[in-house]
Design a protein. Structure first.
Length: 565
């Protein structure tokens, strides 16, 4: 697929030069820092050395005092507390975080995860009935609840207090809960709006520690769970999220909780875990239970001790293998269906009654990799069409879906991902209306995948000093992505190898040098016709370290190849 190269805006050269001298790095790297809002020595120090002391005061969040007071009363009066969370990674890590922390102060703690298939997303009627039957006095809802108007009323009518800890966009009407913590709600002056659901739960516990003079180190011991939520929920890794992810990854790599340690071991990865590793190695295994059976399995792993977790991890690994099989089969069917559709359409909406509900979000993402369009995959569940939406960079799929609300029963989500439910008889009309909305709003360039390049980099600057400084900009993720470099007019002396008919591997050098640099291009065999011996071409790439049997070298991980950049 053809990609467009977009270079980030050029920062002020004087600021770049000044920062380069102040912290003794190349102008290529200081340029990247300035692009990311780091332009002074003090800002660079704070960026390279995140500090937990820089976390925002939790009591700046609207309703935090009310929520902390209620939680304090419940804990010290030995009330029954139900921790309720969504079935995805963010939800299950949220529940595990709150459960493990509060268990140190109370024995009256239980958790509840809704069944994806019988209860659906969010706070369910069955969940509230469970709380009523078991005589819980307080429910803490995590990563869900901001639109649960009916369920909040059900809880209130049963004299159960509900604290909602959510990070999704509120609807027009807020639930009548005892307290709502959501930095995105109106009039909330909390300085950072993009916490994960687990992050909001963390702030509740941080407030609980502050109010009750509990050492926060007890809470910080659980930051590996917060880092997993941040990575897997694809929230920006800047500001407070970057601090939490930084220390959470440190905990994950040095002394992970028993459940996460078992997942790390079963993944087979030996090197230090990055956010990318969390997303691709840990996240799918945690998610697998909620997709195929029940997410309670994931929570049992995350809160279990070392005598249990290996067995739980084996089970999740098996679930993940099953999930991959469903994913592959349904993706193949979906891609075939798309190939038979009108190629001029600006969106993709597919419906098939027997697709597995647990993997349709993954399938939507896979379809976008092949056909760069806002995509919704629908299947049948309990007599309704239910689905997951994924978007392309810069297009708000949640807003587009909201324009079709008259055809829907419910929907919710983020700019880039959403879920929806509608009557099956409305599917045809929804497909037409969604295409009309997307067609009227999406820009032509948003339909072409882009490679965003931070800066051009001469090959003579590709060395371990550059790599070591760049790696300290981690953790990488949305709004702080691993830098992409561009190098123009590179040469190959021999044709690259093609591996498994998909990947390419070879060596390049600059036109004025014979020093070779190894590259690999995953899934880029279709670019081979652009690479000719002795003829210059341009590359965009990540700079990565290759560690083979203790021998370290640098490798250019290609993002794209062009003749004319």
């Amino acid at each position: 697929m053809e990609k467009r190269w977009v270079y980030k805006d050029e920062p002020d050269n004087e600021i770049v030069e000044k920062l380069s001298k102040e912290i003794n790095i190349s102008t290529y790297l200081s340029k990247i820092l300035v692009q990311r809002g780091v332009s002074t020595f003090d800002e660079a120090k704070e960026f390279f050395r995140p500090s937990l002391s820089k976390l925002h005061d939790p009591f700046l969040m609207l309703n935090m005092d009310r929520a902390v007071n209620r939680l304090t009363d419940a804990v010290f009066n030995k009330e029954k507390i139900l921790i309720y969370g969504d079935y995805d990674v963010d939800g299950t890590t949220s529940v595990s975080l709150i459960y493990l922390f509060l268990k140190q102060f109370s024995d009256n703690i239980e958790f509840y995860i809704p069944d994806r298939y019988t209860e659906g997303y969010g706070i369910s009627e069955k969940g509230i009935n469970h709380a009523i039957d078991k005589q819980f006095q307080l429910i803490i809802a995590l990563d869900c609840g901001i639109r649960a108007v009916d369920r909040a009323k059900q809880a209130k009518d049963a004299d159960i207090d509900l604290i909602i800890c959510d990070h999704h966009i509120p609807g027009k009407e807020l639930p009548d809960a005892f307290a709502i913590l959501d930095p995105k709600q109106k009039n909330c002056k909390y300085p950072y709006k993009e916490l994960s659901g687990c992050g909001v739960g963390f702030k509740l516990l941080e407030g609980f520690c502050q109010q009750n003079t509990i050492e926060k180190e007890i809470l910080f011991e659980l930051l590996d769970l917060v880092a997993v939520s941040i990575g897997c929920d694809i929230v920006p890794i800047v500001d407070e999220n970057r601090i939490l992810a930084y220390y959470g990854l440190k905990k994950l790599n040095q002394a992970p909780s028993a459940g996460l340690k078992s997942l790390i071991e079963i993944s087979g990865k030996k090197n230090q875990f990055s956010i990318t590793d969390v997303v691709f190695s840990i996240g799918p295994r945690i998610n697998a239970a909620g997709r195929l059976t029940h997410a309670t399995e994931s929570v049992n792993l995350l809160i279990g001790d070392s005598t249990q977790t290996d067995t739980f991890a084996d089970n999740l690994n098996d679930r993940n293998k099953e999930r991959r099989e469903f994913d592959q089969t349904i993706t193949e069917e979906a891609l075939e269906m798309i190939s038979n559709l009108n190629s001029n359409k600006k969106s993709t909406v597919l419906f098939k009654e027997d697709w597995h509900k647990g993997v349709i979000g993954i399938v939507a993402s896979r379809c976008i990799e092949h056909y760069h369009r806002p995509t919704i995959i629908l299947t049948e569940s309990k007599g309704k069409a239910t689905g997951s939406a994924r978007s392309v960079d810069g297009f708000d799929v949640h807003e587009a879906i909201s324009e079709c609300a008259d055809l829907l029963e419910q929907f919710g989500g983020h700019t880039h991902a959403a879920g929806l439910t509608l009557p099956i008889e409305n599917v045809g009309a929804f497909i037409e209306k969604f295409e009309e909305v997307v067609g009227s709003r999406i820009l032509p360039e948003q339909l072409i995948p882009k490679v965003e390049i931070d800066t051009d980099l001469p090959l003579n600057e590709v060395n371990f000093k550059t790599y070591n400084i760049m790696s300290q900009m981690a953790p990488f993720g949305p709004q702080n992505m691993s830098p992409v470099f561009g190098t123009k007019n590179v040469i190959v002396d021999t044709i690259p190898k093609v591996i498994k008919d998909k990947h390419i591997k070879g060596f390049v050098h600059a036109q004025n040098s014979t020093k070779l640099f190894e590259f690999i291009g995953f899934g880029m065999a279709d670019k081979m016709d652009l690479i000719k011996v002795g003829e210059p071409f341009h590359i965009a790439y990540h700079l990565e370290e290759n560690n083979y049997l203790g021998n370290k070298s640098l490798i250019l991980n290609l993002k794209d190849v062009k003749i004319d950049a």
